[in-house]
Design a protein around this ligand. Structure first.
Ligand code: EPU
Length: 420
């Protein structure tokens, strides 16, 4: 199994280019099911989760080709199998994103129920409720969601009782081909939701209200082929910036949309980083130890839960005390015990982590990744820890960070991937 070996104590300097956003590419790839034609996508990151989504699509009968620019062309005209198998779904919860598009186009779908997950129970009740609202019959038995809507989905009013990102995306995709109008309230406003809306509208969907929590979707009969470039990965960008706030140094992240990570940038500035933004790049300079910052996660535009673990790593070596409150997932603190093994002074109390910045710094240890963002926090800790940190189970990190060790090496980190 692959592991990362990181020798801590080196500043990050230089420039790095952001990859396309995983959490935008996944729903956009799923949306190709809505088309009876080709969707051409660029800036799709090379990640294990993307491979899983491509495998699901091809298991249904879709064809994928890469053109000369390495854009992916997804041809879903010949889809004939409306099932997402457990073997694939169990490796990636976002597989649920095929439910809405399958129901909308074929009026039928069978998708394995995703199980629990390292960061929380993560039920899919809100996805199912909204498909029911749109007229689908849903039966969950033998570990599968069996859904059908004879005669097609019908527009409805959907009010989410809780903000859900992929739930909102499923609802949008399903409503795009439903008969009549759908109104969604308390929709997720994450930039990845907006990216999906932009792609769907480019295909001919009629979705209004992007960037707001109220969406109005007028169903259309069919969508048309188009090409679309996926937005930059705001969490990947924020992770490299946070890494530099920890190691010190000066980096520029290129190919970014700086407006999508305002809250993270504000917190990094509070920690002492000097940040300058251009239209498509962000430069971060850090000349001191970070100061501790409090954070509280919540849906966009608040501080993202996907950056919570990295900020706990930063606060572990910061000057001062801090509190990090996790409001989105009930069990997203698996990294804390690993950081404690590296010398972090962190206490958990309910959904908060109380951190006493350890000015003596962290020390290396063999540590284990438990989920994607938890593994990122361990890599960041390894970059500043004394000695050589070995991070195990890095398949988690390969789900969401493209060539992380190569990008960090470019910036001056001492990091290697080994197989043992
Ligand atoms: N929830 C329910 N019922 C549902 C759906 C969600 O109770 O039917 C709860 C969840 O358990 C959670 C909260 O609602 O407590 C919010 O979950 P949400 O549905 O928004 O999460 P998601 O759509 O499954 C996406 C990202 C996650 C990111 C969250 C929150 C994708 C593919 N995944 O998950 O990304 O943390 O939104 O922003 O978009 C990651 O990239 O590491 C990652 C976990």
């Amino acid at each position: 199994m692959d592991k990362l070996l990181i020798e801590g104590g080196f500043q990050l300097n230089g420039s790095v280019t952001a990859s396309g956003a995983k959490n935008s590419a996944l729903p956009i790839l799923a949306s190709s099911i809505l088309l009876k034609d080709k969707l051409t996508l660029s800036n799709i990151p090379h990640l294990n989760d993307i491979t899983t989504m491509l495998e699901i699509l091809s298991s249904m009968g879709a064809y994928m080709t890469f053109n000369e620019n390495m854009d992916i062309e997804v041809d879903t005209s010949l889809i004939n199998n409306l099932k997402a198998r457990y073997e694939l779904v169990k490796t990636m919860r976002a597989s649920i994103l095929v439910l809405g598009p399958l129901l909308a186009r074929f009026h039928e779908a069978e998708v394995a129920l995703p199980g629990g997950c390292a960061i929380g129970s993560r039920p899919v009740n809100l996805h199912l409720d909204c498909m029911r609202k749109l007229g689908a019959n849903i039966d969950t038995s033998n570990g599968y969601i069996k859904a059908s809507a004879k005669g097609g989905l019908i527009g409805a009013n959907i009010e989410f009782s809780q903000v859900t990102v992929t739930g909102t995306e499923n609802a949008i995709m399903a409503a795009s081909l439903a008969k009549g109008q759908t109104k969604i309230t308390n929709a997720a406003k994450e930039p990845e939701v907006t990216d999906l809306i932009k792609c769907l509208n480019k295909m001919g969907a009629k979705i209004q209200g992007e960037d707001t929590d109220k969406l109005i979707i007028d169903g259309v009969k069919e969508l048309s082929p188009t090409n679309y470039s996926v937005m930059p990965d705001r969490i990947e960008i924020a992770t490299y910036l946070t890494a530099t706030a920890m190691t010190g140094g000066e980096i520029t992240v290129k190919a970014v949309n700086p407006n999508t990570i305002d809250k993270v940038l504000q917190k990094l500035e509070l920690a002492g980083a000097k940040i300058s933004k251009n239209d498509d790049s962000i430069c971060l300079k850090m000349k001191k130890l970070p100061s501790a910052v409090n954070i509280s996660t919540a849906p966009y535009p608040s501080f993202p839960t996907d950056m919570q673990a990295q900020f706990i790593a930063m606060n572990s070596i910061a000057e001062g005390q801090s509190e990090v409150i996790e409001n989105v997932f009930e069990n997203r603190f698996m990294h804390v015990q690993e950081l404690v093994r590296m010398g972090g002074k962190i206490k958990l109390k309910g959904n908060s982590a109380l951190i006493d910045g350890n000015l003596n710094g962290l020390t290396s240890a063999p540590v284990m990744a438990t989920d994607l963002r938890a593994s990122a926090s361990l890599v960041l800790a390894g970059l500043v820890a004394k000695g050589i940190t070995k991070v195990d189970r890095i398949y988690h990190i390969d789900r969401g960070y493209e060539r992380i060790e190569e990008k960090l090496k470019l910036l001056g980190a001492k990091i290697d991937r080994i197989s043992e």
